[in-house]
Design a protein around this ligand. Structure first.
Ligand code: SF4
Length: 64
């Protein structure tokens, strides 16, 4: 699984970071960035929840 945040849509709510801090973090500018190339298996469920709960639908998910 891979995830990507659309910088044009992300509004920096941080829901993704709160849900899955192993995969997302907020930058100094207050937007989300993805920390990993491929989401480790143990974090896939949390990353999927982050995708579903992002208020802006800014996170794209690609399943390998
Ligand atoms: S939850 Fe969505 S809008 Fe909020 S920081 Fe994460 S990607 Fe950006």
């Amino acid at each position: 699984m891979r995830v990507r945040v659309d910088d044009d849509i992300c509004a920096g709510h941080g829901v993704c970071v709160a849900t899955c801090p192993e995969v997302f973090r907020l930058t100094a500018d207050g937007f989300s960035e993805v920390l990993v190339d491929v989401v480790p298996a143990e974090h896939v469920e949390a990353a999927r929840t982050a995708v579903e709960q992002c208020p802006e639908h800014a996170i794209e998910m690609e399943i390998d």
